[in-house]
Ligand binder design. Structure first.
Ligand code: SAM
Length: 258
């Protein structure tokens, strides 16, 4: 990547990304592997391996495609035996037919007009396409309201990690936009399911600052605006006890290739 694209900023903070970003529930990993059955696994946008480690620990034979060499290097240090291709998914040609394609928080970075066709091409007939995403729900309504004001002041609303409040969050339909953007052709992916997992995570003010700094929406802000937004956000978290607590919803789509 020669220009600083939004999808290429994660490697600038690879260590902090790996340290503070939540991973994925073990039950998700088990359910996805059980639904896929045996066969090689392809991971698109593997990053520092937050999902890779969990799938590899359960015996999956994984090949990773990750375009950012800084993210790939960290993943390589954790799992030296896992093949990693440093490439975008768009620029990579599958070396075989995969039984499962996983992608954690990364599928939306693959070119929208190409990605469904590329997933179809990479999978064997009957193979499973399983992209997944984490959504953050703030537990404390007072803290969430105060942070919403900060976001409005800095032009960050909507869609920061603290944009959504746990109370009243719809049980279904929260990922409608993501489902829409998947645009799975029924003749290519005739069987489609959806599962949701819940977990909890609390961040100290310092770790929350690092988390926000690992999010592309923040990283692409001009430095003075970024600092001002982070300073305001972290003073509000400090004023509410120095911790922000989330319920994390993890949604996975399970789409079977024809
Ligand atoms: C938010 S990170 C997710 C990383 C990891 N899957 C995780 O769960 O932590 C998004 C990742 O997608 C990668 N990425 C961006 N564009 C991509 C593309 N076109 N093809 C494959 N991966 C891409 C980025 O380099 C980054 O590592």
């Amino acid at each position: 990547m020669t220009t600083r694209e939004q999808r290429g900023v994660f490697g600038e903070v690879a260590d902090d990304y790996d340290r503070v970003r939540p991973g994925y529930p073990g039950q998700l990993v088990e359910d996805v592997l059980a639904a896929a059955g045996p066969g090689p696994v392809l991971e698109v946008g593997a990053g520092t391996g937050k999902a890779t480690v969990a799938f590899a620990a359960r015996g999956a034979e994984i090949t990773c495609v990750e375009p950012d060499p800084r993210m790939a290097e960290l993943l390589r240090r954790k799992l030296p035996e896992v093949p990693i291709v440093v490439s975008t998914f768009e620029d990579w040609t599958p070396d075989r037919a995969y039984g499962l394609l996983i992608s954690g928080q990364a599928w939306h970075w693959v070119q929208a007009t190409k990605r469904t066709g590329l997933a179809f091409r990479a999978l064997a007939p009957g193979g499973l396409f399983a992209p997944f995403w984490n959504a953050y729900l703030t537990v404390d309504p007072h803290l969430q309201a105060a942070l919403a004001e900060v976001d409005a002041r800095h032009g960050l609303a909507p869609d920061t990690p603290h944009s959504y409040l746990r109370a009243g969050f719809p049980e279904l339909g929260a990922f409608d936009d993501e489902w829409e953007s998947l645009a799975l052709a029924p003749e290519q992916f005739p069987e489609r399911n959806h599962r949701r997992y819940h977990s909890e995570r609390a961040f100290s003010t310092a770790d929350y600052r690092a988390l926000l700094l690992s999010i592309s929406k923040y990283r692409i802000l001009p430095p003075p605006l970024l600092e001002a937004a982070l300073d305001d956000t972290t003073s509000v978290v400090d004023a509410h006890g120095g911790t922000i607590q989330f319920e994390i919803i993890t949604d996975v789509v399970l789409a079977r290739r024809a």
